[in-house]
Ligand binder design. Sequence first.
Ligand code: AR6
Length: 208
Amino acid sequence: SFPVKTSRVVRTVTSMASGDEGAVFKLSDSSLLKIVKGDITKWSIDGSSDAIVTPANERMLGGGGADGAIHRAAGPELRAACYQVPEVRPGVRCPTGEARITPGFSLPASRVIHSVGPIYDTDINPKKSLANSYRNSLRVAKENNIKYIAFPAISCGIYGYPFDEAAVIGISAIKEFANDFKEVHFVLFADDIYSVWVNKSKEVLQKA
Ligand code: AR6
């Protein structure tokens, strides 16, 4: 599922093939959830109906973590496109729990969906905010005819969300949109998060 465009990507494919192929679950008769280890900036299925989700902040002009990596890989046009997104109040382009869409520019994926998860320690209702972040990302994707979408573990890095609870919320939200996508992927950077996601998917979904 990773595009073979540069030597860096080839290495990703090689390590995937020699190690873990990921885990596949059924969302519906016509759609799958795939959980893979990897770098979401490299992900694409067809470059036209696919999108990656970036775990953004409310300003939406880039940052660290996955969002920083995505902005670097997309190139400066992504920040320029984000800058054009209207502010809903000073310094806020995307309130927590909401989502916005831009082109992917130099990324292999066609679009980027910017969504803001909760800061776990300060959000009044982090469960609700995280569920909203997933649901609104999926809703925006659906409205834009996206058929393949990849998520990272939103809020599970800098924003400090506990992995177990985040996994259940993410997987359950995706299940609500079971008929709207051909494939939904989680592209997870680290072994510990990957294991939590696979185990929680076994609880919430059927193995494909
Ligand atoms: N591919 C996939 N997953 C990644 C990648 C990657 N290339 N890089 C990191 N991760 P984080 P948050 C994982 O911190 O907690 C930014 O500054 C990472 O290991 O990226 O929602 C934004 O601008 C972790 O499991 O997002 C916001 O200010 C997961 O992605 C803030 O961070 C999410 O970690 C958002 O924090």
